[in-house]
Design a protein around this ligand. Structure first.
Ligand code: SF4
Length: 348
């Protein structure tokens, strides 16, 4: 039933989305611009001066726009690279960064911070990919700790692989990373679209990270993304091809009976995925910048996630410390049945 609903949502999205392309006049000649125009031949093209004229307008309704997203093609201006937020696990290196090739996501998870971060539900693709790549090249010569690895997350404010049949951005980042021996790229996804990159050889310094959640959470809070079994299938295919794979159990949502729900889920995942072929796993509870949280709660009351008990720590809304440390300790201990401690990266 859920699988059917997901497919209907996907088809509806493809039919409704991108009826309009808003394109900055200064990106007319970029290859990605031409590709997008060819991909949506029936779309109405509107030439604009600056993407923010559309994306940052006042009075937009994020959720209404998500139902019929428009595509905006623009040129990214500096900064091209950001230090990794303290909201993510640091992967044991101070040289951790993220960039934003795309703003917003084809999916619409109820706990997603993008709803609070951006005024618009439309999708922005920055077509000047080379500028983003050059910025990484420059950073590689100016690292916080040159003896430690450098990790760049290229799918932090989006789900890049989910878009691969529309614009081949994942392939482009994989090709770039394959020419660097002192850089790791992380591509985080909930997509099942591993087929879109099946013709590429696995690259050791590209980590494909799948966010996996119990079926109950997928149905309740991630219903526009592929169901759990399709994600697991994609993970297995990626491992078979030889990709380094990270599993992200994040955010853990402390719903009723969370311990039973999550331990049953771990049993299910590791009965289907060969844990010896998994690079590592991440674990963390729901947390969000408090301004984004307030904005979402003010303008969209559809989700019970925004009415649970949280504490404010610095600038972050998060499950209170005692409760989350206890939950994460219990879940780490259970995960230890399958995977050694040093491969479990916990955000506490
Ligand atoms: S897949 Fe990630 S980026 Fe996309 S809506 Fe869900 S949480 Fe947000």
């Amino acid at each position: 039933m859920y699988e059917k609903e997901y497919l209907l949502i996907s088809v509806k999205h493809l039919q409704n989305n991108f009826s309009h392309l808003y394109i900055e006049k200064n990106v007319e000649s970029y290859p990605l611009t031409n590709l997008a125009i060819e991909s949506f031949p029936k779309a109405t093209i509107i030439w604009i001066d600056h993407y923010k004229d559309i994306f940052n307008r006042g009075g937009q309704d994020f959720q209404n726009q998500k139902a019929t997203m428009k595509l905006i093609l623009a040129k990214k201006r500096p900064p091209f690279l950001y230090p990794a937020s303290d909201m993510v696990q640091e992967f044991g290196t101070p040289n951790a960064y993220y960039n934003t090739p795309v703003l917003n996501c084809l999916y619409n998870c109820e706990y997603c911070f993008l709803q609070g971060m951006y005024p618009s539900g439309n999708l922005v693709v920055f077509v000047n990919e080379d500028d983003l790549k050059n910025a990484i090249d420059m950073q590689l010569n100016d690292l916080n700790d040159p003896l430690k690895p450098t990790v760049v997350s290229v799918s932090y404010n989006t789900d890049l692989l989910a878009m691969e049949n529309i614009l081949p951005l994942t392939k482009s980042w994989i090709k770039y990373a394959s020419t660097k021996n002192n850089l790791k790229i992380e591509i985080r996804t909930k997509s099942a679209l591993i087929s879109a990159i099946k013709n590429l050889n696995a690259v050791d310094n590209v980590i494909l990270s799948w966010t996996l959640s119990p079926e109950l959470i997928c149905e309740r809070y991630e219903y526009t993304a592929p169901p759990l079994d399709r994600r697991i299938k994609a993970v297995r295919q990626a491992i078979d091809i030889g990709w380094p794979v990270r599993l992200c159990f994040d955010p853990v949502l402390l719903i009723d009976n969370w311990y039973e729900v999550y331990t049953g889920f771990f049993d299910q995942v590791f009965s289907k995925i060969n844990v010896n072929r998994v690079t590592d796993v991440t674990l963390g509870v729901f947390r969000m910048n408090k301004d984004y949280f307030k904005r979402i709660r003010k303008r969209d009351t559809r989700s019970d996630i925004y009415y649970m008990d949280y504490s404010v720590e610095g600038n972050t809304m998060v499950v209170n410390r005692e409760e989350r440390v206890d939950a994460l300790n219990q879940l780490s201990l259970y995960l230890n049945k399958f995977i050694e401690n040093k491969k479990i990266l916990v955000w506490k």
